[in-house]
Structure formats: C-alpha cells, structure tokens
Ligand binder design. Structure first.
Ligand code: FES
Length: 489
C-alpha cells in the first residue's frame, strides 16, 4: 500500500521594519523601586523580602568559576530558596569554618560581584592571598555543596535606586573590580539612559579579571566604555590600553566630564588616596565621590566592623518583623485566592513604602522634585559656599498647616507649619512636596535632600555618610526639625 502524499506550497515574504532610533527610558531605575512603590497587587508581596534589610541566612555554593588574576568566583544560592535582595556594590559577611567543626569561624566580608537583577544566585569573587588565613582556605575548601553562614547585604557603597541623570565614572584597581562589576552588570541588564566610563587598573596584562565580559559589555552596550591601565609603565609592545598610575591627564582622557559624574571607586588604600587627590584636582565635588576600601588601615577595618555589627542588629529585628507579619498575614487569609489582599499592606507591619517612580520624576508634575545628589554635584562650586548655601527669601511663599515651626520648601515654593515631633518626610508628602523615598527608616539613602538652613535631629541607620551630612544633606524620613528650616525640595 502506498501512503498518500501531500504537497505544501511555501511562500516567503520579506518584512522590512521601519528604521527607528532606539528609545530609552530616562535615567536608570532599579526594578525593585517600582515594586516597592506599588500599592496593591501581587508585586506587593515582594516587599516581604525587605530588599535593603540585612538578614542572616545559610547559602550553598553551586558553582566555582576560575577568573584570571588568581581569583575564583563562587556562585551561591540561599538555602531557604529565597532570592537575595541587595544593591549593586554591597557586600556579605561570611563565617568561614577555617578552624574546623567546633572551632571559632573567621568572619570576612566580600563584595557581591553579580547583579541583583538575577537574585536567585549571587557571586563573590575571592583573590587568593598566599599570606592570608582565609582566602587560601576558601580556594581549597569551598565548592559545590559547601554551606556557609552569611549576613547581608551590608554597605552604603552602592548605586542609587533611581538616577535620572545616570552618568558614572567607575574606577577600580585589582580586586576592587568586584563591586564595580556588580554595578556594571546591573546597569547593563537594565533599560534606561546611562553613561558609564570604567577605568580599571591592573598590575600585569593578563591579570584583569572579567576582561572578557567587560569587553563584551562594552561592545554590545553603547552606554558603556571600558579602559584598562597597567599601573607601572612596563607595558609589553602589543599592549593597547593605557599605562601608568591614575593621573589627571588620564582622567581627562577617559572622562573629560568627570566633574559631572557620580564616581564610584574601589581598590587598595594607596590607590583610593590618589583617586581622591586626582578627582579633586579635576574639580569633582566630594559628595559625588563614593569609595570602598577592599583592604585598608585600622580605621577602615573598624568602619567595616561597625557596619557589620549594625547589620547584625538590623537582621535580628527584621527576622522578628518578618516572622510576625507572616503570622498576621496567614491569619488574615480567608482562602488561597485572597493571597494578595491589599489590606495586608495597609494594615500589616510591612506597610506600603516609597513613592511610585512617577512621583519622583521632575516631568511628572509641576513643580518637580529635585534629585538633591545630582543637583548638589552639578552646582557645587569649589568654595565654602557649597557646604552652606545661603537661604533664599521664603516670605513670599504660600503657608499651610499649623504648628510652631516653619519648613520652607524652596523648589516647591511652599511654607509648612509643623510641630517639632513630626518627621519631615511625612510633612513633605502631605504638602505635596515630592521626595523619592523607599525604606523610610534612614537606611537606603533614597530620600536624601539638601538642608539650606535650620537644625534637625536625624536618627539614621547608615543611609547617609558623614561627609554628606557635612555637605548639608540629610534624610527627611528619619529627621525632625529643631528650628525653622529651609529645604532644597
Ligand atoms: S527613605 Fe530610605 S533613608 Fe529615607
């Protein structure tokens, strides 16, 4: 018997798409910012993760990837199956059982080198220091299946959640590339307008970790430029990068507009000292410079210890809060279908936090808000007036509210009468002054604004650095007014 045959006629059509210039959303927005700003719906459940809250957790190594320069990347996942929420640039503190079972573990902090936009696994990249006690142990003993106790995320060295003028100069030397890599991978993985210059110093031509990926990102992402420099001048003939230590001429070459960028720098102490000097010499304002020492003097070690101690304290509080809210949450669920009842967010301990991004966009409504950090960077002259700008005349502004103190919001053009115990962010919100905010607890730094005059009491939890406070910035979410105030918002 013969099978019947069928004939199919195939025709082809060519579709020509009209040429379109790529359109990008303004600035750079971390994905969790929108989740946190939403007020209802399933995405609200993501708040339970508390992205900026350090937690103590167990993590299992799932992969080890060799890097050049004597480094290994260890890929981990949380043992509880949750994603790890962190900001690009932050680190985790890990207890390594170098002294065996029953012995005292040794704690070390390692920057996360992966991007938080792929939070189901996370990476640390460890350079082997033959003289060290921990890194050789890590290289020899940590592999797939190893479970370690971790605390994190920790650290104020990270990209902002929203940056409407995302222009960065990322400076790294040696292993200082690890947090910078996290920042770059994050920017590359997100849409948005950004302009990133990376300058990476290394000692030998073959010692630049991640160079293949850096090359790839720079090739496919027009927002990113990567430069390499060999720290000494003995470069081989075929070396195509820069040579020499960081200098003002080198900065001018790679980023002539350095003083309009936010600068993130990580590396050894000597390198960062010269970074500070060179940036000052090319006119970069101090408050636009963010630095992380990956090895350092006693002061740095103490600073790390203080950060980790604070993270431990917060982790305990957060663990209790999450346990309580989970209890309330399940108690209040009439059925599986009611899983994402908005009431949970309205009444539960993890109440809605943050404004939607629209509320933080200057084009969204008039009068617009101010990104104080960028504003301060752009307008900061190199004189003493920068730290204490003179307050404008606020007597012509409309005045609302009742209370004994006056808060004047100069950009919005409004005076608000308040009582001294009221949090300034709450007052601003009620008066329609838009200030982007997330944690509302003084941790994330997203609400930072400039105080033009007046005194405040601020109880922050690491969301602001002392040099920013010296430059006149403060966190309105955790501050109350002690006197009349004029605020740049
Ligand atoms: S909202 Fe996070 S520090 Fe103010």
């Amino acid at each position: 018997m013969t099978e019947p045959t069928t004939t199919t006629e195939i025709t082809t059509t060519t579709i020509t798409a009209p040429h379109q210039e790529p359109q990008r959303i303004r600035g750079l927005e971390m994905p969790w910012n929108r989740v946190l700003g939403s007020t209802e719906g399933p995405a609200s459940a993501a708040r339970a993760l508390g992205p900026w809250h350090p937690q103590e957790f167990l993590a299992e190594c799932v992969e080890v990837v060799p890097e050049v320069g004597g480094m290994l990347t260890f890929v981990f996942r949380r043992l509880d199956g949750a994603p790890l929420a962190f900001r690009p640039g932050q680190y985790v503190n890990i207890a390594f059982p170098v002294n065996g079972e029953g012995g005292e573990p040794m704690d070390r902090s390692y920057s996360l080198s992966s991007s938080p936009t792929k939070p189901w696994t996370f990476d640390i990249t460890v350079k082997r220091d033959p003289a060290g006690r921990v890194s050789p142990w890590v290289h020899e003993n940590v592999g797939p299946g190893t479970v370690l106790e971790m605390l994190g995320p920790v650290g104020a060295f990270h990209l902002p959640d929203v940056d409407r003028r995302a222009r960065y100069l990322l400076l790294a030397a040696g292993s200082g590339i690890t947090p910078i890599m996290s920042m770059l991978r994050t920017i590359h993985s997100l849409p948005g307008q950004a302009d990133v210059v990376v300058l990476y110093h290394g000692a030998v031509p073959g010692g630049f970790a991640f160079h293949q990926e850096l090359g790839y990102i720079a090739t496919v992402d027009s927002r990113v430029t990567v430069h390499y420099s060999l720290g000494d001048r003995s470069a081989p003939e075929d070396w195509e990068g820069l040579t020499g230590r960081l200098s003002t001429a080198m900065l001018d070459e790679v980023a002539p507009d350095a003083n309009g960028r936010q600068v993130y720098a990580c590396g050894p102490e000597g390198y960062l000292n010269s970074v500070s000097e060179m940036l000052a010499a090319v006119g970069v304002d101090d408050t636009s410079i963010h630095m992380e020492f990956f090895s350092g003097d006693r002061e740095t070690t103490l600073e790390y210890r203080a950060e980790v101690a604070l993270a431990e304290e917060l982790a305990e509080g957060i663990a209790e809060e999450i346990a309580d809210s989970a209890e309330d949450y399940y108690d209040s669920q009439p059925s599986a279908l009611g899983m994402y009842e908005p009431a949970y967010d309205d009444e539960g301990p993890l109440e809605a936090t943050g404004l939607p991004l629209e509320a933080a966009d200057p084009d969204f409504a008039e009068p617009g808000p101010v990104d104080s950090e960028v504003q301060a960077a752009d307008t900061a002259p190199e004189t003493e007036e920068t730290a204490e700008p003179s307050a404008p005349d606020v007597s012509a502004f409309d005045t609302v509210g009742t209370g004994t103190l006056t808060l004047s919001f100069v950009r919005t053009g409004i005076n608000v009468l308040i009582n001294p115990e009221e949090k300034i962010l709450g007052v601003a919100k009620q008066a329609g002054v838009r200030i982007g905010a997330n944690c509302q607890e003084g941790m994330c730094g997203s609400c930072k604004v400039v105080k033009l005059s007046g005194d405040i009491e601020m109880n922050h939890q690491g969301g602001i650095r002392s040099r920013e406070i010296e430059a006149g910035k403060f966190l309105p979410c955790c501050s109350t007014a002690l006197t009349d105030m004029v605020i740049d918002a």
